[in-house]
Design a protein around this ligand. Structure first.
Ligand SMILES: NC(=O)c1ccc[n+]([C@@H]2O[C@H](COP(=O)([O-])OP(=O)(O)OC[C@H]3O[C@@H](n4cnc5c(N)ncnc54)[C@H](OP(=O)(O)O)[C@@H]3O)[C@@H](O)[C@H]2O)c1
Length: 337
């Protein structure tokens, strides 16, 4: 790959001031926890996403113990400088072994990511769903600012689990952006977070946009995920926050919701897949800076990028989904958010 063949519409990522593609590349599955994704498939997916115009890749130091960052580093390395310099990798820290809020630990984590990614400075580091007590105690933000002063990172943001944490970060910290679970199953964000973030100029990165793939409509009740897929071992929050798997809805219920949503969106965006419509629904909210669907193949990466070019979903369909959320979905979302 030389230069990307297309560009996608961009939005400003909050206080970073960086213009990022509306649809970015979620790279958790390139590390682990989603069944087998070979390095060849991972590289092909990255190439396809960037070739389709994505200029943002979201990863974390712990995805596959650094595998996701290493593969992204390999991908960046195969590009000419003119192309790789236009790609913004946003990574995370805060969950690795031995990590704490100290300046030393933050600098060490940043140096590890820099090495794996093969870059000189990290565009944006996001705290990786650290406990609220760590956010509110504050040392970590001083440590991030020190890392910024040292040139290890350019900006910092926070990936959070709850709206309360998000609002705290907007009001009390220098976070440039927030990463939140936002999809058709998780609509509280619309009224409770997006207006405040927009007013304060804090970017919103929308994660788990396909509710771990269920909103693509391709799964049927009773489907069995492989043992090394979090959709098997964390289906009910056994290992980490239940919200990170199917956005907190139990699998069979999520499949039923997805089918009802498909019917409600039947007349929208002709020719688009349910996954693309689910992404378009998120992008219709202007306060969202970028949506980062995970992709395990080049086809998924291309399909996801295309959502950016779909027409907006009609007001009637938005109202229908808001009503469906209140009536049917809200009570089925498990876990704090
Ligand atoms: N704590 C955190 O900060 C945190 C937590 C979670 C996620 N994230 C970030 O957010 C990103 C996105 O979230 P996610 O990956 O958990 O969930 P997601 O984007 O809702 O779902 C991704 C999965 O959906 C399926 N898929 C993707 N595109 C598709 C398409 N066009 N058609 C059909 N199926 C498609 C793929 O799995 P299958 O093909 O196997 O179904 C893919 O792995 C992650 O990659 C990560 O970068 C961050």
């Amino acid at each position: 790959m030389t230069e990307p063949s297309s560009t996608l519409p961009t939005r400003i990522l909050g206080k970073t001031g960086i213009a990022v593609s509306e649809v970015g590349f979620g790279a958790w599955a390139l590390g682990a926890d989603w069944g087998t994704v070979t390095e060849d498939d991972a590289l092909a997916a990255l190439r396809a996403g960037v070739d389709a115009g994505m200029n943002l890749i979201d990863t974390a130091d712990i995805y596959g113990g650094g595998r996701s960052e290493r593969i992204i580093g390999k991908f960046l390395n195969e590009l000419p400088d003119s192309a790789s310099s236009g790609i913004h990798v946003i990574t995370k820290m805060g969950r690795g072994e031995g990590w704490d809020s100290s300046a030393d630990a933050v600098a060490r984590a940043a140096e590890g990511s820099l090495e794996r990614l093969g870059v000189d400075s990290l565009d944006l580091v996001q705290l990786h769903c650290v406990p609220f007590e760590v956010l509110s105690e504050g040392t970590v933000f001083a440590s991030l600012e020190q890392a910024r002063d040292q040139g290890l990172i350019r900006h910092y943001g926070v990936s959070v689990e709850t709206i309360e944490e998000a609002l705290f970060c907007i009001r009390e910290t220098g976070a440039a952006s927030l990463q939140v679970i936002f999809n058709i199953f998780r609509q509280r964000v619309i009224d409770e977070l997006l207006p405040v973030a927009a007013e304060q100029g804090v970017g919103i990165v929308a994660r788990v946009p396909l509710a771990s793939g269920v909103l693509s409509g391709k799964y049927t009740s009773g489907h069995r995920f492989t043992d090394d897929d979090h959709r098997h071992y964390n289906a009910n929050g056994e290992i980490f926050n239940v919200g990170e798997t199917f956005a907190g809805v139990s699998f069979d219920t999520a499949v039923n919701h997805a089918s009802a949503i498909d019917a409600l969106l039947a007349n929208e965006c002709p020719g688009a897949t349910p996954a693309q419509k689910a992404l378009r629904w998120i992008l219709d909210y202007d306060a969202v800076s970028t949506v980062i669907p995970g992709a395990k193949s080049s086809q998924q990466a291309r399909d996801n990028a295309s959502a950016s070019r779909l027409p907006r979903i009609s007001d009637d369909a938005h109202a229908g989904l808001a009503d469906f959320y209140q009536r049917e979905i809200a009570a089925t979302v498990r876990g704090v958010y």
